[in-house]
Design a binder for this molecule. Structure first.
Ligand code: PGA
Length: 229
């Protein structure tokens, strides 16, 4: 009698680029041209690759991605207001012309723009009403998560942009706790992710992908992350 080999289905991984306040049109064009060449060298089967550029580049990125339909677009933020006299704000409805996802609650927004739980809950409601999938950032397992969120990114502040990622074991423990407490299906890790450490996170049982800041600005580094994830 032999052993039955049960093949585990491959889990879906989110690989997200957060460009923050970087790149103008020329730099976006250069990144996209190189990315298109790289994309022939990796498979995105089981991978949801999402690029989150600044608002000003959403339209241009969408036009470049017409030939690369497997790559998705996200915004880095949305307004807490539906629409109206809110000078300088970009609403979920406007973002939805270009994107399928929206990062909400990044620690840089909580710190620099005083975004609190109440404001973030409003953003989640508007994102969902406009068919944007929120990628909700939390800084620990204790951070409140609004109803309706299905993708969470755990990003400990000490690891963001520092070159000192959390350990995969610690990140996995937090991811498990977030899933358990909030019934969240997908939890990603973010903070100093690079090509050489990405797999140590994505191979963990409770981690479903990565949110990448600095390393996503360099197309070679981002392509390496997709390949190694
Ligand atoms: P980092 O940023 O990859 O540069 O650490 C991650 C993030 O802020 O989302």
């Amino acid at each position: 009698m032999g052993f039955a080999i049960i093949k585990q289905p491959m889990k879906k991984l989110f690989i997200i680029a957060n460009w923050k306040s970087h790149k103008n049109a020329e730099e976006t064009k250069e990144w996209m041209e190189k990315f298109t060449v790289h994309s022939s060298q990796f498979s995105v089967d089981h991978k949801e690759v999402i690029i989150c550029p600044p608002f000003t580049m959403l339209s241009l990125l969408k036009s470049y991605l017409l030939n690369l339909k497997s790559i998705k677009i996200g915004s880095q933020n949305i307004s807490p207001f539906e629409e109206g006299a809110y000078t300088g704000e970009i609403t979920a409805k406007q973002v939805a012309d270009f994107a399928e996802y929206a990062i909400i609650g990044h620690s840089e927004r909580r710190t620099n723009f005083f975004e609190d739980e109440e404001m973030l809950s409003k953003k989640i409601v508007l994102a969902l009403a406009n068919k944007l999938t929120p990628i909700f950032c939390v800084q620990s397992a204790q951070t409140a998560i609004p109803q309706g969120v299905s993708v969470v990114a755990y990003e400990p502040v000490f690891a963001i942009g520092s070159g000192h990622a959390d350990t995969p074991e610690s990140a996995d423990k937090v991811a498990a706790e977030i899933k358990e407490k909030n019934k969240i299906p997908f939890v990603l890790y973010g903070g100093s992710v690079e090509g050489k450490n990405v797999n140590s996170f994505t191979q963990m049982a409770h981690i479903d992908g990565v949110l990448v800041g600095g390393a996503s600005l360099d197309v070679e580094k981002f392509a390496e992350i997709i390949k190694n994830a």
